[in-house]
Design a protein around this ligand. Structure first.
Ligand code: ADP
Ligand code: MG
Length: 588
């Protein structure tokens, strides 16, 4: 009987390996840049078309390859970086498996040209779907160019799983930015559809490169971190607490100059800031650990995105201690920590089930006009509250027996006695709910309220931010923003939504973009995402003191909304502490 097991031909094996190494265009870009770095390049240019699916071209001025190597490098397990098993535990290069080029070539049409300095003529190799089609001479300067066309042309199943070109490009951009942060002396260029998106000149100091990527103001937002001991060196920059972000996108971890993702490091990093950050805020950081290669296993993930530390606990502790010491030395701990602020409050009962009808006497009662919130008294053009002769809450029986009085607790909560107990409203989420519904209405009726700025401000956006703005100019207009984009990354803010306080427009715009990028829920349409992001950013914050009138308007407007009891993110807005509950607590 014939044996059933067969050794797969190399081209099939490569295609299988490609499934792991080459997840998407950005993985190709990562592998090719890493090869260029390993080859000692000082300048790397990345060109892409169609989100990297149509074309990826990475050129470097590294060592280049001779003819034999130029052909051999496409075989699986062909690497110049390790020779013996011992080497696997002493890896100093980014690559070592000899798999990337073979994998990429098996799922694309690839053309490579390369030349070494000592040779007068270079080599050009054409390879498609893993088959070498042509090897010949080419004239070129020292270095290597790899051009990858029609990625996944022969694996349509993989192609189906890719996201839009915009998303794939965003991933590529993020790979280039991520790697460039760790290699300031290397110049990087990124070109998309013939236009230059990134041009990073070689930098001596990492902070300069950080500023290139994360914005000019980085110099004032970051603190240098340095630690050395236990065979580990940690170097990099961490963001000051007040510049914490909505997400973890500005956290960059490296081990021996290899970009990695690590949940445990990212958790430790957050822990290091302790109570200096409000919940759901994340610190910024660019952190490179250097340790003896035998203390890490870099061979645990197909794309080498994760590493295993032989002593993970120690690495976490080093991170936490180094960050804490940096913050302590910088003397930036605010007087009142967040914990103190929230910790003093009494434990509140969970939201009791009650409906909006609890508050409304009868459906026939005329619904009061929505009161615009006047939280911005010196802004003449913002809508101001209509004078009203009606008493507050005329239609809410629970309040009728009281002279309605609001109390503010810790500038966060509004409290008021109601017939059967105490009602506590979270001012921020209440305003969020109000704005959210108003924005949805605005979008529905295509009307928008904006205020023209006397002095338009310039908004220096990052690349990603610029892209979001450009792709969504209409939506921003519906919010009330008047934005003009210029080449480069400059955006002029000419008008802002009525609800926004002038002077905060760029901060809020930046936050809206961040949360738009963060909000991945595909079920939400763009309008809802905008409404949600805008409401969350523009709503009054916890910590803002409100006067009686403002509290009254806020509560009135809240109970005119369709669902006053939860914010757009699903958090409770109102908590009621019933008399029963209060009595129980006093053991009555
Ligand atoms: P690995 O990087 O794991 O060794 P690759 O498949 O990425 O495997 O590359 C195979 C080999 O081809 C490398 O070991 C290196 O010798 C050579 N090579 C690849 N890219 C370049 C480049 N840009 N410049 C010089 N040599 C390169
Ligand atoms: Mg490689």
């Amino acid at each position: 009987m014939n044996p059933k097991i067969k050794i797969l031909p190399e081209n099939i094996a490569n295609k299988i390996a490609a499934g792991e190494v080459v997840e998407r265009p950005a993985s190709v870009v990562k592998e090719l840049i890493e090869n260029s770095i390993d080859a000692g390049a000082q300048a790397i240019t990345v060109e892409v078309r169609g989100g990297g699916l149509a074309l990826i071209r990475v050129s470097d001025n590294g060592t280049g390859m001779g003819r034999e190597d130029a052909v051999l490098c496409f075989s699986r397990h062909a690497t110049s970086k390790i020779v013996t098993l011992q080497d696997l535990f002493q890896i100093r290069t980014l690559g070592f498996r000899g798999e990337a080029l073979a994998s990429i070539a098996s799922v694309a049409q690839l053309e490579m040209s390369t030349a070494r300095s000592e040779e007068s003529v270079g080599t050009r190799v054409l390879i498609e779907g893993g088959k070498i089609l042509e090897v010949g001479d080419t004239a070129r300067s020292t270095g290597t160019t790899v051009m990858v066309r029609n990625l996944f042309f022969n694996t349509p199943a993989r192609k189906k799983f890719l996201k839009s070109e915009i998303t794939e490009f965003r991933q590529i951009l993020s790979v280039v930015q991520n790697l460039s942060l760790c290699y300031p002396p290397i110049a990087f260029r990124l070109i998309k559809e013939d236009s230059e998106v990134l041009n990073l000149i070689a930098r001596e100091r990492q902070l300069e490169r950080i500023a290139d990527i994360l914005g000019k103001t980085s110099e004032s937002r970051f603190l240098p971190v340095h630690y050395q001991g236990d065979g580990v060196t940690l170097a990099g920059f961490i963001g000051k607490p007040e510049f914490a972000q909505m997400d973890r996108k500005r956290q960059f971890f490296y081990v021996n100059h290899r970009m990695i993702t690590s949940r445990s490091l990212s958790q430790a990093f957050l822990r290091a800031y302790d109570t200096l950050l409000p919940i759901h805020k994340f610190p910024m950081g660019i952190l490179d650990f250097e340790l003896a290669p035998n203390l890490i296993d870099v061979n645990v993930h197909p794309t080498k995105r994760e590493v295993r530390f032989s002593n993970e606990r120690m690495i976490q502790d080093i991170l936490v201690n180094a960050v804490r010491r940096t913050i302590r030395n910088a003397n930036i701990i605010p007087d009142l920590s967040y914990k103190e602020l929230t910790g003093r409050g009494f434990p509140l009962a969970p939201v009791l089930s009650f409906s909006k009808a609890d508050y409304l006497k009868s459906p026939e009662e005329p619904i009061q006009e929505i009161m615009p919130l006047e939280l911005n008294p010196d802004n003449k053009e913002a809508p101001s509250p209509q004078p009203t002769s009606q008493p507050d809450f005329p239609s809410i029986p629970e309040f009728s027996s009281y002279q309605v009085q609001y109390f503010q607790l810790h500038s966060c909560f509004i409290m008021t006695p109601i017939k059967n107990g105490l009602m506590i409203i979270d001012q921020h989420v209440a305003h969020e709910r109000i704005l959210y519904e108003r924005i949805l209405d605005n979008f529905k009726e295509s009307k928008f309220f904006s205020q023209q700025l006397l002095f338009p401000t310039t908004f220096e956006s990052s690349l990603t931010e610029f892209e979001v703005i450009q792709n969504n100019l209409n939506q921003f207009e519906m919010l009330g923003y008047g934005l003009k984009t210029f080449s480069g990354r400059t955006v002029i803010i000419e008008a802002i939504p009525a609800e926004i306080k002038p002077g905060t427009e760029d901060k809020i715009l930046r936050e809206i973009i961040a949360s738009l990028l963060e909000e991945e829920d595909p079920k939400l349409d763009i309008v809802q995402r905008f409404a949600k992001s805008f409401a969350c950013r523009a709503a009054i914050k916890s910590g803002q003191t409100l006067n009686q009138q403002e509290m009254t308007h806020l509560v009135n407007a809240l109970f005119q909304t369709k669902s006053p009891f939860t914010c757009p993110h699903g958090r409770p807005v109102v908590v009621r502490l019933s008399l029963d509950e209060i009595q129980r607590r006093f053991l009555r």
